[in-house]
Design a protein around this ligand. Structure first.
Ligand code: SF4
Length: 387
């Protein structure tokens, strides 16, 4: 089986090599097939993409479009919508006119909804052959997917494993998820269909990791990685970082979805933070902020929160420091491209540890944003290569 380095693409290779030496030398990304969801490539040597799922009523077109546009602004690259009924399926045509990223229709049980979604303009389908019905129904969905050149994601999870497989393995263990997934891949392959993506999720992190490790050895189908029903913000972030992060470190995963019981914009933010932490992709600023201590004389928590929001849609990889005191802040954050610190009514701006400007404390956020604007004007992808 051929492997390749974990990078977002050629232009990221150098940075990833520089910053991830130990990791890079021991980890190679598993070589998978390349497919396309709309204009976005998944698998092969394409970038590891971040996706999410709307939680609006899909048939409520204005609400769904508004949420997808917010997700796009946060960097979401593929969006999935639930299609529980005919209204949702037909709404896809109107949603597609208003958005810019590929849309996947998520269908359970009723194969006709998958066909209706494809006809309405979905860029891909997510089904589970285990619950979509008999061979004739699968064949009908595959026929439409072939005609329209759409990929299908097989979404296996603990709740979708076939009864005979559950019985054989004594429950939804990783081996059972893998057997169910392989059965579904075979069913589609027997129909001469290979535009397939696969997810094999469990809400248990250890089982998820074990299942992906196993399936990754048995197929070169591109893998959509995530921990399902991961929970609220804290549990969800920890589980996703552990599950997705561990797999990516092992070179497993072509597209990721963080699952949180929250605004899906948070899922996209966390997804990119995981990729950034592993030096796989560098979208947006990296924020360093101190935990504060007894020397802090400003509302650093409020300031950091405000700036995180204001920086959410920025894409340049500027390293930003938000520090709690002027004495130690610049020195503790020497590696930052731009940084601020404050206290006792004074604010300072520093670059690479050097103080370059002083101003009243209430201008801290605005001065930092102005410095980021300036940094972005001079930044280029070449800088990223040399960073
Ligand atoms: S930067 Fe200042 S406030 Fe923040 S942890 Fe360091 S010493 Fe404490």
């Amino acid at each position: 089986m051929r492997s390749r380095p974990v990078t977002a693409g050629n232009n990221r290779r150098k940075r990833a090599n520089i910053h991830g030496n130990t990791f890079m030398s021991s980890t190679m990304r598993k070589k998978t097939k390349r497919i396309h969801v709309g204009q976005v490539a998944v698998g092969g040597d394409s970038a590891i993409t971040v996706q999410s799922m709307t939680n609006t009523d899909t048939a409520d077109v204005p609400a769904t479009v508004a949420q997808i546009l917010r997700l796009e602004a946060a960097g979401c690259e593929i969006i999935r919508v639930a299609v529980p009924d005919e209204d949702a399926a037909t709404a896809i045509a109107r949603i597609k006119k208003e958005i810019n990223i590929p849309l996947i229709a998520d269908v359970h049980f009723d194969y006709r909804l998958a066909i209706a979604s494809a006809s309405a303009g979905a860029d891909g389908l997510r089904i589970n052959p285990g619950n979509i019905g008999g061979d004739d129904k699968i064949a009908a969905v595959v026929r439409v997917a072939k005609d329209l050149n759409l990929p299908i994601r097989i979404g296996v999870n603990s709740g979708s494993v076939e009864k005979d497989i559950l019985k054989k393995h004594g429950g939804p263990l990783p081996e059972a998820l893998v057997e169910s997934a392989l059965r579904s891949i075979d069913r589609l392959a027997s129909l001469d269909f290979n535009q397939i993506k696969l997810s094999i999720k469990s809400s248990d992190v250890i089982n998820t990791i074990a299942a992906y490790r196993l399936i990754s050895r048995k197929t070169d189908v591109p893998l959509h990685v995530g921990v399902t029903e991961a929970g609220g913000l804290y549990a969800g972030i920890v589980k996703s970082a552990m599950g997705i992060g561990t797999l990516l470190m092992e070179g497993i995963g072509d597209t990721i979805r963080v699952s949180l019981t929250r605004d899906p914009v948070e899922e996209v933010r966390v997804g990119f933070e995981i990729l950034k932490a592993l030096h796989i992709r560098q979208r947006g600023p990296e924020i360093i902020s101190c935990p504060t201590c007894g020397r802090c004389r400003i509302d650093l928590f409020g300031l950091a929160e405000e700036l995180e929001k204001r920086l959410l849609t920025r894409t340049a990889p500027v390293k930003i420091a938000i520090m709690g005191c002027v004495v130690n802040g610049p020195g503790e954050a020497k590696e930052a491209d731009v940084g601020i610190a404050g206290g006792d009514g004074i604010g300072i701006l520093f670059k690479k540890g050097k103080v370059i400007k002083k101003f009243p404390e209430d201008r801290l956020a605005d001065e930092l944003m102005a410095a980021v604007d300036q940094w972005e004007k001079t930044w280029s992808t070449e800088d990223l290569e040399n960073k």
